[in-house]
Design a protein around this ligand. Structure first.
Ligand code: MN3
Length: 202
């Protein structure tokens, strides 16, 4: 079965004014669709054709650039749409909120450190909050469409939060103001989905 472009979990205008409609339409309907199509082309008649996306990424040959870029792009964006919600924002609850305070001293300190990592990613890439087995949290960043599932990226564990800092994610609304985009993301962040992932992978 080929991988399918998932539908957005909300209408493209639902995240206004923090993420604009046109960006959502292009980001999902063009960029994510292209990663999905190119991933399917890259695995056609290959052993990966019968593997889950997680298996493909965890066992990836990092020199296979078509699979690396498009497999990463497919997985990262599937998670990214869920990572935002028109009912998002605020602060994390439950075990994730407790773990963030434990590992970063406060929610505000976490947001500050995560934002710094997102600002510090030169060019295109992603910033992650990852959970390691046992529950320890880590903030890290990867270039392009790499992600923590892939071998030897400098990021480990499983993603709890992922923020796309490619210019295609924010340029129409924010132009070069990445810091404002990051603030906007925190206004729509879906902490319930992050909590679900934390509990799943801790
Ligand atoms: Mn993107």
């Amino acid at each position: 079965m080929p991988f399918l472009l998932p539908e957005l979990p909300y209408p493209p205008q639902a995240l206004e004014p923090h993420i604009d409609t046109r960006t959502m339409e292009i980001h999902h309907g063009k960029h994510h669709a292209a990663y999905t199509n190119n991933l399917n082309a890259a695995i056609k008649d290959k052993p990966q054709e019968n593997q889950s996306i997680e298996e493909i990424l965890k066992n990836l040959d990092m020199s296979n650039m078509a699979l690396r870029n498009n497999g990463g792009g497919y997985y990262n964006h599937c998670m990214f749409w869920e990572m935002m919600s028109p009912h998002g924002g605020g602060n994390p609850n439950g075990s994730l909120g407790e773990a963030i305070v434990r590992d970063f001293s406060s929610i505000d300190a976490f947001k500050e450190k995560f934002s710094q990592a997102a600002m510090g990613r030169f060019g295109s890439g992603w910033t992650w909050l990852c959970v390691h087995p046992g529950g320890k949290l880590e903030i890290c960043s990867t270039p392009n469409q790499d992600n923590p599932l892939m071998p030897n990226t400098g990021c480990g564990g499983m993603p709890v939060i992922g923020l796309d800092v490619w210019e295609h994610a924010y340029y129409l609304l924010y132009q070069n103001r990445r810091a404002d985009y990051i603030s906007g993301f925190f206004n729509v962040i879906n902490w319930e989905y992050a909590l679900k992932r934390y509990n799943q992978f801790k």
